[in-house]
Design a protein around this ligand. Structure first.
Ligand SMILES: Nc1nc2c(c(=O)[nH]1)N[C@H]1C(S)=C(S)[C@@H](COP(=O)(O)OP(=O)(O)OC[C@H]3O[C@@H](n4cnc5c(N)ncnc54)[C@H](O)[C@@H]3O)O[C@H]1N2
Ligand code: MOO
Length: 404
């Protein structure tokens, strides 16, 4: 069987980094910065008041209480504030530019709040209540390095330094196509022997969650012509907006009707058994479609196998294509709450729940790769190495955090 790492490398080789595009700040949340953002300006851009109060020369407050004439009024946004003469005060608001000549601000609570003259009860040190130009950012500084995941704070900083749009990596476009003659769309009634199509919606959600664009195609029965027809029609319809990856599910194991395997064998896709559970039957390569070669990853049909394979092979590659600094799930080590067995020669990915407070992890549900409800209750994957056949309670295992 093919080692997990070897297959992961082969999947990674299918997809390079996507091109850079520019998005307005309103669409930047969750995207990944493609180039360093260099600030053209200092922050704050000018020294300004941290308090509503009075700009003064601190030396003028040697004898208290002090009474000074109020020579000017400086609301935030005033662009023509005059310089401060010694022995006077300017009424000033938070965020307003400090007048030349002033070195401190007395907050209004320490005064009588006068508008013609102000009586000041307490002294201030030079620099008190003044926010100095450039103390946050200097002009020319890299404020956000390439690879930064743009969250609210990063979007705010970009706006503050005047960037109305940002260069980010284009989201990879992924077509998702499920196969199986037993499949019926969710919401439609089932006859005995039929099941609802769950892999398609699940994988499309996983693609979106990874930061890529998912397009879920209508699932097809186990019929090679219908499978290739649907795929090639979908690719042709997107000729102007090419697809980066096709993800299929099902039809790759050893049965009599393995549509994906039958359609793709001898067409550039190779199939292998990977030393893992779930997720053993895998395939990858380039499909020679109507608009050229397109990367393909074929995932197994069992729902848990499908999503676990996506986690192990596809999600990190999509995120790497986006320039993500940490394409993989966050990993921690935790003590196993209850013992578990694992098949020899295969890396087992059990579904788990982590108690982060006491550092223990418990397997959720049995190993069966049809147990979707247990997967939906899990918040982590619990990884047991190929050589390990049993892990006792209290032993430490690797855990992948699924909500990280
Ligand atoms: N003789 C063997 N049988 C099987 C082997 C094997 O090595 N030898 N491998 C098993 C393993 S492991 C897996 S995983 C599955 C993979 O099978 P396929 O990828 O060919 O998937 P299917 O046979 O089409 O379906 C498997 C299972 O999953 C259900 N399924 C499929 N697609 C969907 C979907 N879109 N939504 C919900 N459920 C789906 C399907 O009904 C089957 O129950 O093969 C084992 N067999
Ligand atoms: O590889 Mo299958 O994934 O065990 O059910």
């Amino acid at each position: 069987m093919r080692p997990v790492a070897e297959h992961a490398e082969a999947v990674a080789a299918l997809l390079g980094p996507t091109a850079t595009e520019t998005v307005p700040l309103a669409g930047a949340l969750g995207r990944i910065l493609a180039e360093d953002l260099v600030s053209p300006m200092a922050l704050p851009p000018f020294s300004n008041s941290a308090m509503d109060g009075y700009a003064v020369r601190s030396a003028d407050l040697a004898d208290l209480p002090a009474e000074l004439p109020v020579a000017a009024d400086i609301p935030a946004g005033r662009t023509d504030g005059p310089a401060l003469d010694g022995g006077t005060a300017h009424r000033i608001m938070t965020g307003a530019a400090m007048p030349d000549g002033a070195d401190a601000v007395v907050q209004v609570e320490w005064t009588d709040a006068g508008t013609e003259r102000v009586r000041i009860e307490r002294a201030v040190a030079a620099g008190q209540n003044v926010r100095v130009a450039g103390e946050d950012v200097t002009a020319g500084q890299v404020v956000l390095p390439a690879g930064t995941v743009l969250g609210p704070a990063q979007v705010g900083l970009a706006a503050a330094v005047g960037a109305g749009s940002l260069p980010v990596r284009r989201r990879p476009r992924v077509l998702v196509l499920s196969t199986g003659s037993e499949l019926v769309a969710p919401g439609e009634p089932l006859r005995h022997g039929q099941i609802h199509e769950s892999n398609g919606p699940m994988l499309a959600a996983a693609v979106t969650d990874a930061g890529a664009v998912a397009e879920l195609l209508r699932f097809v029965p186990d019929d090679v012509e219908q499978f290739l027809g649907t795929l090639d029609e979908a690719l042709a319809a997107r000729a102007d907006d090419p697809v980066d990856l096709v993800l299929t599910s099902g039809g790759v194991s050893a049965g009599a009707y393995e549509v994906v395997k039958d359609a793709f064998t001898d067409r550039g896709i190779t199939f292998a058994k990977v030393a893992m559970q779930p997720g053993m039957p895998q395939g990858l390569g380039h499909h020679h479609g109507p608009t050229g070669d397109v990367a393909v990853v074929t995932l197994p049909g069992n729902p848990v196998s499908s999503l676990v394979s996506f986690e192990v092979f596809v999600r990190p590659v999509l995120r790497a294509a986006l320039g993500h600094p940490q394409p993989g799930r966050p990993r921690v080590r935790a003590r196993l709450a209850e013992p578990l067995d694992s098949p020899p020669g295969r890396r087992q990915f059990r579904r788990g729940r982590l108690d982060a407070v006491d550092g223990t992890v418990t397997a959720v549900g049995a190993p069966g790769s049809h147990l979707l409800a247990a997967l939906a209750r899990a918040d982590c994957l619990l990884v047991v190495g190929e050589e390990t056949t049993r892990v006792e309670a209290g032993e430490v295992v690797e855990v992948w955090l699924l909500d990280g």
